[in-house]
Design a protein around this ligand. Structure first.
Ligand SMILES: Cc1cc2nc3c(=O)[nH]c(=O)nc-3n(C[C@H](O)[C@H](O)[C@H](O)COP(=O)(O)O)c2cc1C
Length: 404
């Protein structure tokens, strides 16, 4: 009996490092989300996790991936799988870009610097949001990885032009113009909680903070969180005064943005331009007509227009509409490497992911982001082997059964 017991008993080595212990149990992005949910104050978690109105589009983004199945091919010599690709002319180890997320330091005080360092280690582009809580220059100094800069268009074009100039001189490689935010979507979780940036301290926040002492301690010990790219001197608010995001966006951003502004942007930025927030094949074609290098099919992770279409469902129609005139990035709902493989098989050059890395950041800081990127990379490699593709070039529509 002792022999039998000995053959089946296995004790895990006691892990003394609490972060390593936490990450060892996180087998998926969904696990990291669950850990982040426990560790972050509820208002903060909901700001990251939530979507607009009934969150139908947010759910649809994930459902679209679930609805596509593979047509796996066997006996295809997948002893060596190469997950690398090129995007905007740059070689990448994986068809993945880290999406821009505003106010990232709310998840962890190391915020954008932590994410940029993790992305650099993985060799993946990190997109810094205009509404970031570390500046263009601070993030550029954080690491040597490829960096993109995302712009919203303020009513004050001088401010936008100046930010673009700073991004160019700090070595950002691509400019991402987000076009799905004419006004801010109604994120009802934030409305219910009265969530503002930076968080206002009321009784509810105090209780929430006390229940999450780890987050609160780190938050109180770090320097104040504010929009690092826009100075108060410009009269646009740097986030040091608590406002709701919708107040900020609706007073500062220009809803009059049009295709003419894309042409203007071309005149002030000489590198590759990506339009993020395209939601039809028709607009993808217009983007190709104005000569941008890529579009990100995106509904802002379901945070803007509810009942907008899922980006994955737009990939094939957009690819048919634009041919090889521009590159397509599929953004929204990516939680597994198999999602990335599906999008690429349908015609995307790469995917973007936002919440996936924010869950990692909220669960375990910078090492949590490393963990997420490691999981996604390993997933892509394994999925490619299982569908019978040894290179990204072999991922084609023949390998997927689109949604019925
Ligand atoms: C907390 C949060 C903040 C975001 N902030 C921005 C932003 O400042 N600019 C932007 O273009 N998109 C922003 N997005 C949208 C992301 O870039 C991306 O489109 C979205 O997260 C994709 O969906 P996913 O989270 O399911 O991957 C944000 C998303 C989240 C979750």
């Amino acid at each position: 009996m002792i022999e039998t017991l000995r053959s089946v008993f296995r004790f895990r080595r006691l892990e003394l490092d609490p972060v390593a212990r936490r990450l060892a149990r996180a087998a998926s992005v969904a696990d990291l989300r669950a850990i982040a949910k426990r560790r972050l104050p509820r208002g903060v978690f909901d700001y990251i996790d939530g979507g607009a109105e009934d969150e139908r589009t947010m759910a649809a983004n994930a459902a679209a991936f679930a609805a596509v199945t593979f047509r796996p091919r066997v006996l295809r010599e997948v002893g060596k799988v190469d997950t690398s690709t090129t995007l905007l002319g740059r070689p990448l180890p994986l068809p993945l870009v880290l999406a821009p997320t505003g106010f990232t330091r709310i998840a962890d005080p190391d915020g954008e610097l932590a994410v940029a360092r993790a992305a650099a280690r993985a060799g993946l582009p990190y997109t810094l949001s205009t509404l970031s809580t570390r500046s263009i220059e601070e993030v550029a100094a954080a690491g040597v990885g490829p960096k993109w800069f995302q712009v919203y268009v303020w009513r004050d074009r001088g401010l936008v032009k100046e930010m673009i100039r700073r991004a160019a001189s700090a070595g950002y490689e691509a400019l991402v113009l987000t076009v799905d935010t004419a006004v801010l979507g109604r994120r009802e979780r934030d409305v219910r909680r009265g969530f503002s940036l930076p968080p206002k301290i009321g009784l509810g926040t105090l209780v929430d903070g006390a229940l999450h002492p780890g987050w609160t301690w780190r938050f109180l010990r770090s320097d104040p969180i504010r929009f690092a790219n826009v100075g108060d001197a410009a009269g646009v608010g740097d986030g040091s005064t608590a406002v709701t995001l919708s107040e900020y966006v609706n007073t500062q951003f220009d809803p009059g943005l049009s295709w003419r502004d894309v042409e203007w942007m071309r005149s002030v930025w000489s590198g590759p331009l990506v339009i993020k927030g395209v939601q039809t094949g028709d607009d993808a074609r217009l983007a190709a007509d104005v000569g941008v290098e890529a579009v990100a099919l995106s509904n802002h992770g379901g945070r803007q227009l509810d009942s907008a279409p899922a980006p994955l469902d737009l990939v094939a129609p957009a690819a048919d509409a634009v041919g090889d005139r521009l590159e397509i990035i599929c953004d929204g709902g990516v939680r597994r490497g198999s999602d990335i493989v599906k999008a690429v098989a349908l015609g995307a050059r790469a995917c973007m992911a936002g919440r996936a890395y924010l869950y990692g950041l909220g669960a375990a800081g910078e090492r949590g982001v490393d963990h997420v990127l490691g999981l996604l990379g390993a997933d892509v490699r394994r999925t490619m082997a299982l569908v019978g593709a040894s290179s990204v070039a072999e991922l084609g529509r023949g390998l997927v059964e689109p949604r019925r």
